[in-house]
Structure formats: structure tokens, C-alpha cells
Design a protein around this ligand. Structure first.
Ligand SMILES: Nc1nc2c(ncn2[C@@H]2O[C@H](COP(=O)(O)OP(=O)(O)O)[C@@H](O)[C@H]2O)c(=O)[nH]1
Ligand SMILES: [Mg+2]
Length: 244
């Protein structure tokens, strides 16, 4: 059993979600007898996220927080959180999940057992057996499904490379530390760098929901697609070099 687990939650304007998520997480920790901790990286939120973290801290003793003075973006929040996690002496495993209640904390059991079975990076996948989406709008399903199918054909080694619900061994966290992407593209970079380093990847089924409170900060920008494209291209050129 993983005794020292940390759940890292990057959050930007998650008022109405954060406290409820922490309550659900603590419930899952208790049910499973885990003495795990939570690390919130509050990334310059300008709603009441900070107050919700205060409330959660007062209610539960197992929550750490880091505050960026201004919004530095998803990827930087991940890097800040990972640096802090790597300073924890007896860390057995780390988990990253969204703050918006679209990831079910009960699924942590599957992630933990995949880490225990020796995986280094575990992806919560919508595209493996029993993985699914609920209430996700058609256009988001279509884009994600298409993107991941093309990605698979081009050699991406997992079925859901852009899922934000993940688990990491210490070795995988060391790799994330070296990621350079500045946007949600860091998620694909993590997968590719872990594979390049020869780490073990695994996928477990998740159900992705939609947020009831707040708005999504994910933007389908040309720049983001360009970054995805360049990352996949690097995969292709590596494969060519290995063959030649
Ligand atoms: N720290 C930080 N977290 C962010 C940022 N943008 C999004 N997030 C968090 O990343 C997670 C996923 O973002 P979300 O807006 O739900 O994107 P979506 O799930 O793709 O619609 C949520 O927990 C957000 O609070 C950011 O700029 N900084
Ligand atoms: Mg979300």
C-alpha cells in the first residue's frame, strides 16, 4: 500500500469546486486508510479559491498550499507543485487531478494499484475499456477522440495522451521536472519524455465529467495545436534516427 501519497491540484479560479473536492478526497483517503496529503497550487486566482483553501486547511490538517503571486499558467503550476513534491522525503507516489470535480476521487484506488504494480506514469483514460465521458459536449468529445486517434497512429504510446488525471512514481516526477512546455501541451510532453526515458506507462479507466461551477480555462488555440504537432514530430524524428 502506498503510505506517502500526495494529490497535487493545480487551481485557477476554482471557487465553488475546491473545498468540495478536498472534502471528497479526504473521504476517499479515510475509506482506504491512506495517510495521504493534498498540495494545492493556487495560480493567481482572483475569485474565492484562496479562501476555500484556507477553509479546507482549517478543516483538514493534511493540506499544503503554494500561491503564485499572479497567474503563471497550468504548466508552471505543475512544475512548481512537482518541485515541492520532490522535496518530500518518503514520497511513494503522486497524483495530479483537476480541481473542477470532473475527476472522481474514487478512481485513485486504480491509480494507486497501477503504481504498486510497477508503473511510473499512469494515465486516467477515457479510451480504454470501462473509460467514458459523461455530459461532455459533442465537439469536445470529437476533437479529443480524433486528436488521440491520430496521435496513436503517429506513435504516441497511450490512448488518452491529454488526460489531466494522472499518477507518477518518483522517477516520473523527475522527468516532469524537466518538461519545458508552457501550456496544457505539458501533458503530452510528460508522456513522451517518460517513454523516452524507458519508464513504464499504464492506463486506467476514468469517467470524465463536466464542471457545474466556473468556466474551463482550456483554449483550443492554434499555438497549442502547433505545440502538439511539434511534440509528435519529435517522436517521429526519434523513430527515424533509431531506424537509421
Ligand atoms: N494552476 C493553474 N491551474 C490551472 C490553470 N488553468 C487551468 N488550471 C487548472 O487545471 C485544471 C484543468 O483546467 P480546466 O479549466 O478544467 O480545463 P478543462 O478540464 O480542459 O476544461 C483545473 O483544475 C484548473 O483549475 C492555470 O493557469 N493555473
Ligand atoms: Mg476541467
Amino acid at each position: 500500500m502506498l503510505s506517502q501519497g500526495y494529490v497535487l491540484i493545480p487551481c485557477f479560479n476554482e471557487e465553488g469546486n475546491l473545498l468540495r473536492l478536498v472534502e471528497r478526497l479526504v473521504e476517499v483517503f479515510r475509506t482506504n486508510g491512506w495517510a495521504w496529503k493534498i498540495l494545492c497550487v493556487n495560480d493567481g486566482s482572483h475569485d474565492r479559491t484562496s479562501e476555500e483553501i484556507d477553509l479546507a486547511q482549517a478543516k483538514f490538517g493534511n493540506l499544503l498550499r503554494i500561491d503564485h503571486p499572479r497567474n503563471l499558467g497550468f504548466a508552471q503550476a505543475i512544475r512548481t507543485g512537482v518541485e515541492t513534491l520532490l522535496q518530500q522525503p518518503n514520497l511513494d507516489g503522486a497524483f495530479i487531478m483537476d480541481a473542477d470535480l470532473t475527476h472522481d476521487p474514487a478512481s485513485l484506488v486504480l491509480f494507486a494499484s497501477a503504481l504498486e504494480d510497477g508503473a511510473d506514469l499512469v494515465i486516467g483514460s477515457r479510451y480504454v475499456e470501462r473509460g467514458k465521458m459523461e455530459r461532455v459536449p459533442f465537439w469536445r468529445r470529437a476533437l479529443s477522440g480524433l486528436g488521440n486517434s491520430v496521435g496513436r497512429l503517429m506513435g504516441i504510446p497511450v490512448k488518452d495522451a491529454t488526460s489531466g488525471y494522472r499518477a507518477f512514481s518518483r522517477k516520473a516526477l523527475e522527468i516532469v521536472r524537466s518538461c519545458r512546455e508552457n501550456d496544457f501541451s505539458i501533458q503530452l510532453e510528460e508522456v513522451l519524455l517518460c517513454r523516452k526515458a524507458g519508464l513504464r506507462l499504464a492506463e486506467v479507466p476514468i469517467t470524465l465529467g463536466v464542471r457545474d461551477v466556473g468556466i474551463s480555462k482550456f483554449h483550443y488555440s492554434i499555438r497549442l495545436f502547433w505545440r502538439y504537432f511539434l511534440l509528435v514530430l519529435s517522436l517521429q524524428s526519434r523513430a527515424r534516427n533509431q531506424r537509421g
